[in-house]
Ligand binder design. Structure first.
Ligand code: PLP
Length: 415
């Protein structure tokens, strides 16, 4: 007797904006016996990943690796640099900025929160002009850190970190700059040193193409100096013991050995492709996705064209004639049931009327074509008003913009 529905054939399309699809190369790298994390073989692995991670963050300084999800690295950034009652300037770009601000409150910090859902700031990146104005008012220099989410995964809006740096410089403000790159690192150009960032927060499960479970702090000299005077309690997250052990190729507690095998492989893959090509690939896929959404006649949540994310696109559901938005979760459910594809749900205030298409990580033209085909068929099955032709708009763009290096790579493989 055939067993129906016991196993969907073909691969699941994991098109949420992280965790992303893990390439076979990385899965194979992880699939090895765990080694002694105090032995020489581990030491060589740790030294390699600790050194080779730096160019991914575009920094010459140290990068701390935690066996934790991104939330842990958020906490590490705050507790290592700040003291109870410190004022921090944060920007409400969306759900993740809001969570980081709530964490700051729970830790006993005093966040000033710029922007808000009702003034439309969930539809754009952080306002560097508003940051500059607030810093200029702060003559007693009570603000100790400015915290910005580079790529707001809930909305698909990016913030201009170089502009935030200029806001700090123009006001000669000494506050630290802390940036969340959890859904941008390894997908969207990000420059820790050049942009004068003090702590960069990142995670393993998005542009780095790994499973969840590792997170990172890239740390500037200024942040390390701040850490010496910081009084928030910390133990597991403490940089000093970590950096001391890392300098010898070890960790102060048991590291995620197998994920570090995967990380070494992910770094190799990013280096082989070249970061510039990785960023260009994401930009091209994002543009193709936006063309599909526009052709469907649907609206992209991020309303500032230059701030639209190259890692994901958040799409607003159209409204029916009573003014109610068609149900985004029903659409996602239909797509999941019929085409074995997961799309990102709308988070908190975006719940039910926004869905998100992840186009980051291990991703190529045909993965995108399949993803968009699933969305277009789903829109039709769910009875959501739209125009046909989104997939066609995207594939025409992809066909017309094949990068020369992809051609060359293909020819070399065929030879
Ligand atoms: N910040 C951003 C921008 C994120 O996208 C996420 C998760 O998706 C987080 C923080 C929280 O990270 P985690 O869920 O890995 O703890």
């Amino acid at each position: 007797m055939p067993r129906l529905n016991s196993h969907p054939s073909g691969r699941h399309f994991l098109q949420i904006p992280g965790p992303t699809n893990v390439p076979d190369r990385i899965l194979r790298a992880i699939d090895h016996p765990t080694i002694d994390h105090r032995g020489p073989e581990f030491q060589a692995l740790a030294k390699k990943v600790l050194a080779e991670l730096r160019p991914i963050f575009q920094t010459r300084g140290p990068v701390v690796i935690y066996p934790a999800s991104g939330t842990g690295a958020w906490e590490a950034a705050l507790v290592n640099t700040l003291s109870p009652g410190d004022t921090v300037l944060m920007c409400e770009t969306g759900h993740f900025a809001l969570l980081w601000k709530k964490m700051a409150e729970k830790l006993g910090l005093n966040p000033i929160f710029l922007g808000g859902f009702d003034d439309g700031s969930w539809r754009r990146g952080a306002d560097s002009g508003a940051i500059e104005a607030r810093l200029a008012q702060d003559t007693p220099r009570t603000i100790k850190a400015v915290c910005v989410v580079h790529n707001e995964t809930s909305t698909g809006a990016t913030s201009d970190i170089a502009a935030v740096r200029r806001a700090l410089d123009r006001t000669h403000h000494p506050a630290l700059l802390l940036v969340d790159t959890i859904s941008s690192l390894g997908s969207i150009d990000y420059r820790h040193d050049e942009w004068g960032v003090d702590v960069t927060v990142a995670g393993s499960q998005k542009g780095l193409m790994l499973p969840p479970g590792l997170s990172f702090n890239a740390v500037s000299d200024k942040a390390r100096t701040a850490a010496k005077n910081s009084k928030l309690p910390k133990s597991f997250w403490s940089w000093d013991e970590m950096l001391e052990a890392n300098s010898k190729g070890f960790f102060p507690y048991t590291p995620s050995t197998n994920l570090l095998y995967g990380l070494a492989e992910a770094i190799d893959m990013l280096q082989e492709e070249g970061l510039a090509h990785v960023f260009a690939r994401h930009a091209r896929h994002a543009e193709a996705t936006r063309r599909a959404v526009t052709a469907w006649g649907l609206e992209i949540l991020c309303e500032v064209a230059t701030e639209r994310s190259n890692a994901l696109t958040a799409v607003m559901m159209p409204k029916d004639n009573t003014g109610k938005a068609y149900d985004a979760d029903r659409l996602r459910g239909i797509i999941h049931a019929n085409f074995n594809m997961s799309l990102g749900q709308g988070l908190s205030k975006l719940s039910g009327w926004v869905f998100r298409i992840g186009h980051l990580g291990d991703f190529n033209d045909l993965t995108l074509a399949g993803t968009l085909a699933g969305v277009e068929m789903g829109l039709s099955l769910a009875g959501v008003p739209h125009r046909a032709g989104g997939v066609q708009a995207a594939i025409s763009y992809l066909r017309d913009t094949i990068p020369t290096h992809t051609n060359e790579l293909g020819k070399r493989k065929a030879a």
